[in-house]
Design a protein around this ligand. Structure first.
Ligand code: HEM
Length: 193
């Protein structure tokens, strides 16, 4: 969201329109928030959390688009395929939205969680947690570039570190409540936990 403020604005506009500004999105609202799901899909595609898969004692290889791909690299090969995803390095949730504003049939969850008998058993929990986190954060927070003491935005180039999982290197950013109402909503959540 720090790097793609337009995505944040469009996502917040969808939430404000469908949910309003005085309550939080709930799972029942998911079908009415296609752009939020598109953000989730693009999150799984853009910088896959498990890009190389988890090594197993035995691995199987695959053919993708006519090319032989060692098993672990399949996710990355698909998610960065320029023929499938134009400008694949850009975070563009719109690629999963059709002309009618609905989600397309392409869902990176179909490869980001692996395939076959060793497919991620946590994929449904992961999908629900990601949706809840993304929807709640976008509903309540503004995320933007941090500013230095003179008020100038601190730009940065995102870096990712790969181990068993892939994650962003710490980066400067500013996170604030979208409004007093949103701040109270988060407090309500905190006391309910
Ligand atoms: C965004 C979140 C997640 C992603 C992208 C992800 C992705 C993956 C991938 C790609 C694999 C390897 C599948 C293969 O080798 O074919 C895997 C395996 C696995 N995942 Fe996840 N995972 C996520 C969250 C979770 C969660 C929340 C749990 C547990 C609640 C979980 C539990 C496991 C386990 C136990 C395996 C090993 C399965 C096996 O080897 O049989 N994962 N995951």
């Amino acid at each position: 969201m720090v790097l793609y403020p337009d995505v944040q604005r469009r996502a917040q506009a969808e939430i404000d329109l469908v949910i309003g500004r005085d309550q939080l999105p709930a799972f029942e609202d998911r079908a009415s928030l296609p752009y939020i799901d598109a953000v989730l899909r693009e999150t799984l595609r853009w910088e896959p959390v498990v890009p190389l898969g988890i090594p197993h004692a035995t691995t199987s290889d695959d053919i993708y688009d006519g090319y032989f791909i060692p098993k672990g690299l399949l996710c990355l090969a698909i998610s960065r395929d320029e023929k499938k995803y134009h400008d694949a390095c850009r975070f563009t949730p719109e690629r999963f939205i059709d002309d009618n504003g609905q989600l397309t049939d392409d869902n990176p969850a179909h490869y980001a969680f692996g395939m076959g008998p060793r497919i991620c058993p946590g994929r449904y929990a992961a999908d629900a947690s990601l949706w809840a986190a993304i929807a709640t954060m976008l509903a309540t927070l503004n995320i933007s570039l941090a500013k230095d003491d003179d008020g100038n935005a601190i730009n940065f180039t995102p870096e990712f570190r790969t181990g068993v999982t892939r994650h962003p290197v710490t980066f400067p950013c500013s996170i604030s409540a979208r409004s007093e109402i949103h701040s109270e909503l988060v407090d309500t959540l905190r006391t309910a936990m």
